[in-house]
Design a protein around this ligand. Structure first.
Ligand SMILES: O=P(O)(O)OC[C@H]1O[C@H](OP(=O)(O)OP(=O)(O)O)[C@H](O)[C@@H]1O
Ligand SMILES: Nc1ncnc2[nH]cnc12
Length: 175
């Protein structure tokens, strides 16, 4: 029977700021069967999109994206918060549901024409997706899909990317 991942996501009112309902995936991660099942779902999706590399934004995108990459036997590229990567970087900034974000990738992280699937735990405003996609495209990669455990549909992130294939395991309409 299909797993209802929503049953295993904790909703925390007013975290980190008043008015935000934080969707916490740690109950999935701490259960080996659930983490593996969620990984398999995203890996099947990424395979169907022809992913040659997985990109994950720091930090939860590492937790979600790394096992997908190893499952498929493709590389993983981190999009990191500023001043963490030691060599020449490409940078992009964007606003979040709370706060703002700058992400960086090594300039040689993506080969021109490489097909990339972005993996992260959650899409809210899609600011992180925007910044990550921009970085990949500036480096010559092709973003062939984006995969999330959770999509907050009221924030209309998906509508900002009419040409991008977006996959999510669960959706919440009350952001
Ligand atoms: O769609 P958006 O509005 O951009 O929000 C989604 C992003 O916010 C969270 O990351 P956060 O920046 O809080 O960092 P973390 O993974 O280090 O907790 C989450 O993991 C996504 O990357
Ligand atoms: N509501 C939310 N819950 C968890 N992570 C988030 N990142 C941005 N918005 C979030």
């Amino acid at each position: 029977m299909a797993i209802d991942f929503k049953e295993h996501i904790a909703s925390v009112q007013d975290f980190p700021n008043k008015g935000i309902v934080f969707r916490d995936i740690t109950p999935i991660l701490q259960d080996g069967k659930l983490y593996r099942a969620a990984t398999h779902e995203l890996a099947d999706y990424a395979k169907s999109r022809g992913a040659e590399v997985i990109v994950g934004p720091e930090a939860r995108g590492f937790i979600v994206g790394c096992p997908v990459a190893t499952e498929l036997g493709v590389g993983f590229v981190p999009a990191r918060k500023p001043h963490k990567l030691p060599r020449e970087v490409e940078s992009a900034s964007y606003d979040l549901e709370y706060g703002s974000n700058v992400l960086e990738m090594h300039k040689d992280a993506i080969k021109p024409g490489q097909k990339v699937v972005i993996c992260d735990d959650l899409m809210a405003t899609a600011g992180t997706l925007h910044a990550t996609k921009e970085l990949i495209e500036n480096l010559g990669g092709e973003v062939v899909g984006a995969a999330f455990y959770i999509e907050l549909t009221d924030l209309k992130g998906r509508e900002q990317f009419p040409d991008l294939d977006i996959y999510s395991l669960v959706k919440y309409s009350d952001a």
